[in-house]
Design a protein around this ligand. Structure first.
Ligand code: SF4
Length: 756
């Protein structure tokens, strides 16, 4: 379990030991000695500073002490463990010797194992002349590199200043959005922006953010996306600006699982040659790739192949030199994979552009929640029994704690619900501390076996439980009154630390930058998204209307049909009639969205009885990429008969698909999109009822209307598209729902087709 706090603790222990050892009349131990040195040439001024872990002052000599906290077995640590550790020590020693006119010093390097508290030290005599030539051998090449970097920044800024908006005109609302983005950046605010399809929001956010780099307001932009398709749009927008003269180092980060050259190998230099090569030879590869300034997956892979280095770690290293980084939400928000290189403390020069921000609500809940499953632990325990009895014992203890916990929770659940019926899930806002502490104990021990386990046949199960436990510990550190603990009490006991309200954690991450722009075509209502996505009172909102002619989209409202669960059986035939009416009136391609697969299939049964000559496509549960493509490809042509695609709201066809022109003539939306009523959503509802008095809205209505608006948004994708949306549900006729419709919608009544 590696964290900074453990490292600091380890340092303190060693420093205290040394302080005691050298506390006498003739010697002294000075911990955390700040050191700073300025190296100046005609071109660059290099400010070097840091803290020496310790200086041992004795009458006869001065020793520069460097401490490294590690997890590896101390008996295997050698003097040459890591050249970088000695390099750091020697730089400090050189500066200290130069500033205090010493011709000779001693260097002492101590390794401290934070788990078993053992330590080992290595010492070396250091002559000033040798230290100086070592220091210069590092600084001279760096001075050259730093001078080149300064040149690059000048060239970059000139190109940004000269960059014009790449089109003759802004689209409707686009300029307003761009100005709001720039203002939010200069005023250090967050902006929550609803910008409908066609506004050109990628350009409207990227363009002003890049201009802000040119003005020195920020020096790095992170363009964060939920899906690959949005990442591609951001890439293309950058490439458009590049064609127009922009010079900006731009990196597209690809997930480790996708880009790794050796997926079966642990990411440690002892195991992975690609990583070892990178550590030894990264500056050549970096210098080489910096000759160009756009780094997509292909480019990263080709340079990684050329230098035989890990493509993933290489891309992370390269990120340090880039001004625009296009990547998944994870890299900023997920505690498991966030970019430690950037996000350990706040930086006044970062700007975050969060695309399709409506997706961040569920993604954040997922990232900040975690669970452990009893059967996974038992399976692993069985396998460890013979070869690793100490780990087996720890897992046995965890199992005992789980059994005890299950019994106690069942008791409390029975009391709380006052029922004799079998209870299969329960929640309470208490963190299971005893369990967390046993899990910590297991992880500490398991870390020592990582080397050995790598060759065992059950490596995968071991690592899965290991990383799952680490995540459980990490999330337990975030646990507060915005969390609850979910217990699934069926045969397999599952415990989940569940994030009900991610706003505080998102706020914390967004605070790492100067400004954040969270935007989407559907952020309705804006106040909800501002609250749940970590907005502060002072932060700004903007809601734009569709740039397309309002008459191009006809919204038809059928509010005489109830699609509530208890009334559904009465609606199948009526809905089938509406679909038939729609597709027979005009031959075209249509999508019909339902709240669930079950409802969809029931309506399809009624529709089939009509025996219409139309092409039917049906979304299936768990469709793979190829099946999804085949489904969408059918929409590429307008057929002689109408084509109807039956799909579910919030699913793979509910957002992120672009069927322009005649490829899609209309959509029918059945129901108000409410997520299925479930245990977890009801807890979210109770939480927000207590907190804001709007539990149902936060848990069901607003996520539901987002699905409806996303589904409706499939129809008009360009200026010339024309089409319609049919909304079927009596709730759409209420003022509550009408207030959530886009301003440009002017729904008119849809008459049910006459009975035949
Ligand atoms: S270090 Fe890189 S190449 Fe090696 S296993 Fe990890 S991701 Fe793959």
């Amino acid at each position: 379990m590696k964290n900074a706090a453990d490292g600091i603790k380890g340092h303190l222990i060693v420093q205290n030991n040394f302080r005691d050892k050298y506390a006498d009349m003739d010697s002294e131990y000075l911990a955390e000695a700040y050191i700073s040195y300025t190296y100046e040439t005609d071109e660059v001024i290099l400010d070097i500073n840091g803290r020496i872990d310790g200086i041992i002052v004795e009458a006869s000599e001065i020793t520069i002490h460097e401490i490294k906290t590690i997890e590896a077995d101390i008996s295997k640590v050698t003097e040459k463990q890591n050249e970088l550790h000695w390099a750091q020590l020697k730089c400090y020693a050189y500066i200290y010797a130069k500033q205090n006119s010493y011709s000779k010093l001693k260097g002492l390097l101590t390794y401290y194992n934070r788990n078993d508290k053992s330590e080992i030290s290595f010492s070396e005599d250091l002559l000033f002349e040798k230290l100086e030539s070592f220091f210069n051998s590092l600084v001279y090449p760096y001075i050259g590199f730093a001078a080149k970097e300064l040149d690059w920044k000048n060239i970059r800024d000139i190109s940004i200043k000269a960059l014009d908006f790449p089109y003759n005109n802004y689209r409707k609302g686009q300029r307003q959005l761009a100005v709001s983005v720039y203002r939010a950046i200069t005023n250090k605010l967050r902006l929550f922006a609803q910008a409908p399809t066609g506004t050109g929001k990628t350009l409207a956010t990227l363009f002003p953010a890049i201009k802000a780099i040119g003005e020195g307001e920020i020096d790095r932009v992170f363009y964060l996306t939920a899906k690959t398709i949005t990442r591609t749009v951001a890439q293309n927008t950058f490439l458009l600006l590049k064609q127009n003269g922009l010079l900006l180092r731009t990196l597209v980060l690809t997930a480790k699982e996708k880009i790794c050259f050796s997926p079966e190998t642990p990411c440690e230099p002892e195991y992975c040659q690609f990583l070892k090569n990178l550590i030894e030879n990264h500056s050549n590869a970096i210098n080489d790739i910096l000759q160009i300034n756009y780094y997509d997956r292909q480019t990263i892979e080709s340079y990684a192949l050329k230098y035989d280095i890990c493509p993933f770690e290489f891309s992370l290293e390269l990120a340090l030199y880039c001004e625009l980084i296009i990547c998944d939400y994870n890299y900023l928000f997920d505690p498991r994979v966030s970019l430690k290189r950037f996000f350990t403390e706040s930086n006044e020069k970062f700007c975050f552009l969060v695309d399709e921000a409506h997706n961040l609500v569920d993604r954040a809940r997922e990232m900040y929640s975690t669970k452990i499953i009893k059967s996974d632990i038992l399976n692993l325990r069985k396998k460890l029994r013979t070869d690793f009895p100490s780990l087996y014992k720890k897992l046995t203890k965890i199992n005992t704690v789980l059994l005890k916990l299950k019994k106690e929770v069942l008791q409390r659940a029975t009391q709380a619900t006052a029922t004799m019926a079998e209870i299969d899930c329960f929640h309470e806002s208490i963190i299971p501390k005893e369990l967390v502490s046993y899990i910590e104990g297991y992880v500490l021990l398991a870390e020592q076996f990582l080397d050995v386990i790598n060759n065992s046949p059950y490596k995968d199960e071991f690592l899965e439980v290991f990383f799952n436990f680490i995540n459980f510990i990490k999330i337990s550190e975030l646990y507060d009154d915005r969390y609850t603990t979910l217990y699934y009490l069926s045969e397999d006991f599952v415990i989940c630390l569940y994030c009900l309200d991610p706003s505080r954690l998102l706020h914390k991450q967004l605070s790492l930058g100067k400004s954040s722009i969270l935007f989407s075509a559907t952020l309705t209502p804006l106040d909800y998204y501002k609250t749940i996505l970590g907005g502060r009172d002072k932060d700004a909102t903007i809601s734009l209307t569709s740039p397309f002619p309002p008459d191009n989209l006809k919204v038809l409202l059928q509010d005489k049909i109830s699609t509530r669960y208890s009334n559904r059986h009465r609606s199948y035939k009526k809905i089938a009639d509406i679909i038939a009416d729609v597709c027979l009136k005009k031959t075209g391609n249509y999508l019909v969205f339902f709240p669930s697969f079950k409802y969809m299939n029931d309506v399809i049964d009624a529709f089939l009885l009509l025996e219409l000559d139309v092409i039917k496509l049906i979304q299936e549960n768990n469709m793979n990429e190829q099946a999804r493509e085949e489904f969408l490809n059918k929409f590429e042509t307008v057929h002689e008969r109408s084509l109807i695609g039956f799909a579910v709201m919030g699913g793979i066809f509910g957002e992120g698909i672009d069927l322009t022109g005649d490829k899609l003539s209309g959509v029918v939306i059945v129901g108000v999109g409410l997520p299925q009523i479930c245990f977890e959503r009801n807890i979210i509802m109770d939480y927000f009822n207590k907190k804001l008095g709007s539990g149902f809205e936060y848990s069901y209505t607003y996520p539901g209307i987002n699905r409806v608006l996303q589904a409706a948004g499939r129809v008009i994708r360009t200026e010339t598209d024309k089409g319609f949306v049919v909304l079927i549900d009596d709730r759409f006729g209420t003022s509550k729902y009408k207030s959530l419709f886009p301003k440009e919608w002017k729904p008119i009544s849809y008459q049910l087709p006459p009975k035949t």
